[in-house]
Each structure stands twice: as structure tokens, then as C-alpha cells.
Design a binder for this molecule. Structure first.
Ligand SMILES: [Fe+2]
Length: 363
């Protein structure tokens, strides 16, 4: 029988578990060799033996339906799933390099543009080849305390890059915007960790210290940095009504790059899982954005984020609250938190009893 390769999806072999039985055939990494026929129980031992002579023994291919089932219900530990996704997207490597930049920032008075260039190059390349859904998945993963700043810096860099592309900015500007996202919080390396990670309510004095981080970011960036990067770092907590910090400037005085960084910054903070809060589904965060719940942002830019994310999520797979799979068919602009889902023959809007449990990102 002819294998329809277009319908096959690639997965790391570790995503399978002993005892799994699929209703479709399972193939090797390029779909040319049938490894395990449908209905036969899979064991790692059996697979390992079959893959031993394959040129890529780390991946297999399965049909779409099985693929979604594995991704949604996989029994692999969450940390393994996280690590594999991050390795595959290059997120792990870039994160390490950012760790180096942040370490430098914590020990020196200035950092130079050329020290950051290689990381910017890597992120820009990744933006071109990695499906944004996978980037969103990396953004949603829980962050260990000691990695929070690395991850946040990288996520805001990615989001800034996507915003730049959606705004159709020239390629060089998108790069600069990525750099602004990467470095906006670099001044946090000058804030004592006991304050940054304090698991309690901060005192007024401590709060003031935290609020000084945009200025530290600005001062850390040497004279060879593009001014737009420096001012995005300085002004990413300014608000258009003038109630932000550190300079209290208003709409017309805040640069475009600072306004974009503010939107990316808030999106990343909202969808991320932290030790004290669960992550929110992107639909709910976009709904909050739409309702103006995060004040001080440029609403034109917020609408660019919402419009593009809405389009992006169309036709994506979701796991529904009743355990079935669905596909996002429509996201009402005035009710983003309740998308219209097709699940089998049913097509309807979600509600409190039938809702999206999680997005299933393509690998
Ligand atoms: Fe910040």
C-alpha cells in the first residue's frame, strides 16, 4: 500500500511509551519503512531494535490522528517533553547564550553590541524556520526560578520579532526589535535576587528598587547600541497616560520600539506558568488585552497582536474538556475567549461546560 507521506508527522521516539497501541501504522523517520503495524503493541525495546540500522534512530513518523493523541496524552514526564521541544527548536542553545550575556551584565558596568550579535543572529534565524506555535509552547513552559530572566528575555525577543514581522517592518528593524526584546530587562541583573524572587509582598522601598531596572538596563547598554534598543529598555514600563516609570512620559514621547516591547512583555508574563500562578490560555490573555485590562498600552499595537494571533490559531488542534480533539474554526473578535471549535461532527462555540483544555502544538 502507498504511504501518504503528507499526512505523516515526525516525532521523537521518546514520545512513545511501552504498551502504546496505535490505530495507524508507525514508520521510520522518513516514512519509507513500516516499523510497527496498526494494532500491535509498541515497546521501546522492539522499536530500538528496529531503528538500530536507520540513519535517524531518534525519530519516527505516524499519521495525524495518532500524532495528536500522542502529543495530548503522552505519558512522558513533563520535563522530558519540555526538554525535547526546546532542544528541537534551538531554544535550549539560545537560552544558554543568553545566560552568558546576562552573567556578563551582572558583573560588568557596560555590555557591547557585538557581544549580543551572535544571539540576535540565532534568534532571527529561528524566527524564520520555527512554527510560531512551537515558540508559543516554549513560552508557556514553567520556568525554574534561576532561569526566569533568561526565558523571559528570549520570549520577549521572539514576540518582538513576530510583532515586527506582523507590522511589516524592514528586516533590519525586526532585528533591532529582537535585540530590544532580548535586552529590555537586562538591568534586573543589578537588582538583588532576594528582592527579585521574594515570595512575599514587597516593601515600598523594595518596590522602588525593582522599578529602577529600566534605568539600569539603559545604562548597561554601551554607546554602540542602536538608540531604539536603549530607549525600548528604558521605556518599556512607561504608560501612554504618563503614569508609568521611570520617566513618566506620555504617548507621543514613548518610542514605537518601547511600546511594542511593553506589549510583548505583558503577553509573556500572562501566559507563563509561575510558581505562584497557573498559565492562562492565549485566548483568555488576548481577551484581556482586547478589553484593555492591561492599561497604558498602545491599543493599535495590541490589535496587531490580537489580529495575528487570531489568524495564527485558526485550524490549530486543541484538546477539549471532554477529552476529545477539536480544531479551531473561528475566534469571534468580540468574544476571543470562546472560540468556535469543530470536534467530530459538532461545530460550536466553547462555554463553561465545553472548553479548550490545551492547544496542541505541531512539532
Ligand atoms: Fe521590565
Amino acid at each position: 500500500m502507498q504511504v501518504i507521506k503528507a499526512k505523516l508527522k515526525k516525532l521523537p521516539v521518546e514520545y512513545l511509551w511501552d504498551g502504546l497501541v496505535l490505530t495507524d501504522d508507525l514508520y521510520n523517520h522518513d516514512g519509507n519503512v513500516l516499523l510497527i503495524p496498526s494494532g500491535e503493541e509498541i515497546t521501546q525495546k522492539k522499536l530500538g531494535r528496529l531503528l538500530k540500522f536507520d540513519s535517524d534512530s531518534k525519530h519516527i513518523m505516524v499519521y495525524e490522528e495518532s500524532y495528536y493523541k500522542i502529543l495530548a496524552k503522552g505519558k512522558i514526564p513533563h520535563e522530558v517533553h519540555q526538554k525535547m521541544t526546546e532542544d528541537e527548536t534551538g531554544y535550549t542553545e539560545i537560552k544558554k547564550d543568553i545566560g552568558y550575556v546576562l552573567h556578563k551584565a551582572s558583573t560588568e558596568e557596560k555590555i557591547q553590541s557585538e557581544e549580543v550579535e551572535p544571539v540576535i543572529h540565532d534568534i532571527s534565524q529561528r524566527l524564520e524556520v520555527v512554527d510560531p506555535t512551537v515558540i508559543f509552547e516554549c513560552i508557556n513552559f514553567p520556568r525554574p526560578m534561576d532561569e526566569y530572566l533568561q526565558r523571559h528575555s528570549l520570549n520577549v525577543a521572539f514576540l518582538n520579532g513576530l510583532m515586527g514581522e506582523w507590522l511589516k517592518l524592514p528586516k533590519e528593524d525586526v532585528r533591532t526589535l529582537v535585540m530590544a526584546g532580548l535586552l529590555h530587562d537586562v538591568g534586573k541583573t543589578k537588582i538583588p535576587v532576594e528582592i527579585l524572587d521574594a515570595p512575599r509582598k514587597l516593601t515600598d522601598e523594595e518596590f522602588q528598587i525593582i522599578r529602577s531596572h529600566p534605568l539600569y538596563s539603559y545604562e548597561l547598554l554601551g554607546t554602540d547600541f542602536d538608540e531604539r534598543v536603549k530607549f525600548a529598555a528604558r521605556h518599556h514600563h512607561e504608560k501612554i497616560d504618563g503614569s508609568g516609570y521611570p520617566d513618566g512620559i506620555e504617548e507621543g514621547e514613548i518610542s514605537l520600539f518601547a511600546k511594542i516591547t511593553a506589549v510583548s512583555d505583558i503577553y509573556d508574563a500572562m501566559v507563563s506558568k509561575r510558581c505562584y500562578k497557573e498559565e492562562k490560555l492565549p485566548f483568555d490573555v488576548l481577551e484581556n488585552f482586547y478589553n484593555g485590562e492591561y492599561d497604558g498600552l498602545d491599543m493599535d499595537l495590541v490589535m496587531v497582536l490580537i489580529k495575528n494571533m487570531r489568524e495564527h490559531f485558526l485550524d490549530k488542534k486543541v484538546l477539549m474538556s471532554n477529552g476529545n480533539f477539536g480544531t479551531i474554526k473561528y475566534i469571534p473578535p468580540n468574544d476571543i475567549a470562546h472560540p468556535v471549535i469543530q470536534s467530530g461532527k459538532i461545530i460550536k462555540q466553547t462555554d463553561e461546560r465545553w472548553f479548550c483544555e490545551k492547544l496542541i502544538s505541531t512539532y
